[in-house]
Design a protein around this ligand. Structure first.
Ligand SMILES: Nc1ncnc2c1ncn2[C@@H]1O[C@H](COP(=O)(O)OP(=O)(O)OP(=O)(O)O)[C@@H](O)[C@H]1O
Ligand SMILES: [Mg+2]
Length: 304
């Protein structure tokens, strides 16, 4: 969508009727696949983004359940035209996984509870490509985690940097491989709930903490996948999630801890696949060291 086209769509709303009096500042952070802007006039300011159909769909559902997980959305009717007009949050991104606010964790549990009603699952999973039966869905995730386990070659390429942290990562991978089959099985068989699927520091903006960027959210999945890296080293956040999650109420803490572990493994191998691709991600040894040392603080818990 060209900027002009976006301006025309916006100008149909009373507030934006003098569209040329509004200033559009493009945001270049993140991917450039969809344009996003800070749109301002005098003291007013909005975050405006072109969104895909799946993002439109999930945002409409979040509005329906009055979720506080996301910044406020204005003009929900524009979502149907693939335009998101949202409260502009001025704070920075989350600095570390440990810094997650338990209020955000609570809102996430409530969002999963709200969207776990059967009729919504069937309706909103239409984008996931795995919408027929539970067996099919678990198969879809099984294939995903299996193939992610095989993306470890990038990790071995990183050996060229001769960094101790790379060896630690390899040790970790070899350790979890020993129990690979059971882990995959437990991961796919845990209860499903709606996922954001790009739950990372970059997509949490502060203060108060809100979750943005629902562009990767297509459907339901193993319910602890998104949150696992944020809960594993944070007893307070973990307990808050257990307290509010409807799914957790039905199982023992022991069982939930096992699911947390296997969901963390799924995140670890997904990191190998999507974040370590050497050509794209690391420009040099220093950057590689910084990234791996940061992530190790979370994934070292897999050794326990
Ligand atoms: N409501 C908001 N207020 C202020 N800044 C925001 C808001 N939503 C997102 N941002 C900023 O814009 C950045 C990019 O937006 P977003 O994460 O939605 O898109 P992206 O990462 O480029 O993903 P994609 O284009 O693949 O959907 C965010 O990382 C954040 O810094
Ligand atoms: Mg993003």
């Amino acid at each position: 969508m060209e900027l002009n086209e976006l301006k025309i769509i916006l100008s149909h709303e009373e507030k934006f009727k003098d569209i040329n009096k509004w200033k559009f500042k493009e945001i270049t952070h993140g991917t450039v696949s969809r344009h996003k802007y800070i749109v301002s006039r005098k003291k007013e300011k909005y975050f405006i983004k072109q969104i895909k159909d799946n993002e439109q769909f999930i945002l409409l559902e979040l509005i329906k359940i009055k979720s506080n997980l996301i910044p406020r959305i204005f003009y929900p009717n524009l979502l149907k035209k693939n335009v998101l007009v949202q409260q502009c949050v001025s704070g920075k991104h989350l600095k570390s996984k440990k810094a997650i606010d338990i209020k955000l964790v609570r809102e996430f549990a409530k969002f999963q509870n709200g969207l776990n009603k059967e009729e919504i699952i069937n309706k909103i999973n239409k984008f996931s490509g795995c919408n027929s039966t539970v067996i099919d869905e678990s198969d879809f995730f099984r294939k995903g985690i299996y193939s992610n386990f095989d993306y470890d070659k990038d990790l071995f390429i990183l050996k060229k940097f001769k960094l101790p942290i790379v060896d630690k990562f390899i040790k970790l991978l070899n350790y979890i491989r020993k129990d690979k089959e059971n882990i995959i099985d437990d991961f796919c068989k845990m209860p499903f709930a709606r996922q954001h699927h790009d739950f990372k520091e970059d997509n949490i903006i502060c203060n108060p903490q809100k979750l943005v960027d629902w562009g990767s959210s297509y459907g339901h999945g193993p319910f602890l996948f998104d949150l696992a890296p944020f809960l594993v080293n944070n007893e307070k956040a973990f307990n808050e999630f257990i307290k509010y999650s409807d799914i957790c109420k039905k199982y023992s803490k022991e069982q939930i801890k096992r699911w947390l572990y296997v969901a963390l493994v799924a995140n670890f191998v997904s990191l190998l696949r999507y974040r370590l691709n050497i050509g794209g991600y690391f420009k040099n040894k220093k950057q590689c060291k910084k990234f791996l040392e940061y992530e190790y603080k979370t994934y070292k818990f897999l050794l326990k």
